[in-house]
Write a protein that binds this ligand. Structure first.
Ligand code: FE
Ligand code: FE
Ligand code: ZN
Length: 280
């Protein structure tokens, strides 16, 4: 089954969000766990979560991917910023325990002026603590575009983080591959998708690949800009994206659009991509 969906807003609650997803034919959902600028979150409403879970079961929506706020920095030099990231992520995992099969995606962070090794050290210390949280939710590291001092733009860095944080099993710690980011980061998924997947497999292991952020890229190969484009309107292009959603090693994964769209626009992209999917 083709699991294709998009990023939606949680601001009107879980039930409203899943009704919106069903309305546009989305089979998976991603949402930000809280205002990306950080801050307090509303307490969970058990009735809202129950309504969400029963609709998700009825319409086979899932897996649900929660995205950590991108403004926090798990690689930050200041201990209080890393503490804040850990507390936020711990709280998020506790909330996600109420959504069966959920996954939790985060950006590894920016080392700023500390150097990648020091940044990776901070991330792995945080991950070790996070992995101690008794949670059914799989944690995903997102592949980044390598913009500025971002960590996670190279598969080697992701592999290093996984190894140094204790090599948790793939059902605890995985990877979300963002098509805009990797293309932007210098992996040519437009012309050599097989080669990139082989490299991913040898460094990280394809068993850890749990989700795809499906985005076109406003800028070209290896530009390190991280600007998403609508499907077919960027420099990655529709042909490459159609090969990605149909690739035998990727096609069973959930695909989450994070393209610059309103909700009806996501609906149109989902319908278009369904028409480009080869038969199961
Ligand atoms: Fe992201
Ligand atoms: Fe992404
Ligand atoms: Zn991005």
């Amino acid at each position: 089954m083709f699991k294709i969906g998009c990023h939606l807003s949680i601001s009107s609650g879980y039930e409203a969000m899943i009704r919106e997803a069903i309305g546009i034919g989305a089979g998976v959902i991603q949402f930000f766990t809280r205002n990306p600028r950080g801050g307090a979150t509303k307490p969970l409403d058990p009735a809202d979560i129950d309504a969400f879970n029963s609709l998700a079961a009825e319409y086979s929506v899932g897996p649900v991917l929660a995205h950590a706020p991108y403004t926090m920095n798990p690689a930050a030099a200041k201990p209080e910023l890393r503490e804040y990231a850990l507390n936020t992520m711990t709280d998020d995992l506790e909330r996600l325990a109420f959504i069966p099969g959920s996954m939790y995606n985060f950006h590894p962070g920016c080392h700023v002026s500390q150097g990648a090794d020091v940044g990776i050290g901070h991330i792995t210390e945080l991950l070790k603590k996070l992995l101690e949280v008794d949670s059914p939710t799989v944690i995903l590291l997102e592949t980044m575009a390598g913009k500025g001092t971002e960590i996670g733009g190279r598969f080697e860095e992701i592999a290093e983080i996984i190894k140094l944080s204790g090599n948790a099993s793939a059902d605890k710690l995985g990877v979300c591959l963002d098509t805009c980011h990797v293309y932007d980061g210098g992996y040519d998924i437009a012309n050599d998708l097989d080669g990139v997947l082989e490299e991913f497999d040898s460094l990280i292991g394809l068993d850890r690949l749990k989700a795809i952020h499906l985005n076109d890229s406003k800028f070209g190969f290896s530009s390190h800009k991280d600007r998403h484009a609508c499907i077919g309107e960027g420099l990655l292009g529709l042909d490459a994206i159609v090969r990605i959603i149909n690739h035998p090693k990727l096609r069973e994964l959930p695909f989450y659009l994070e393209t610059p769209n309103d909700v009806p626009g996501y609906g149109r992209e989902i319908a278009m991509l369904k028409s480009c999917r080869s038969q199961d």
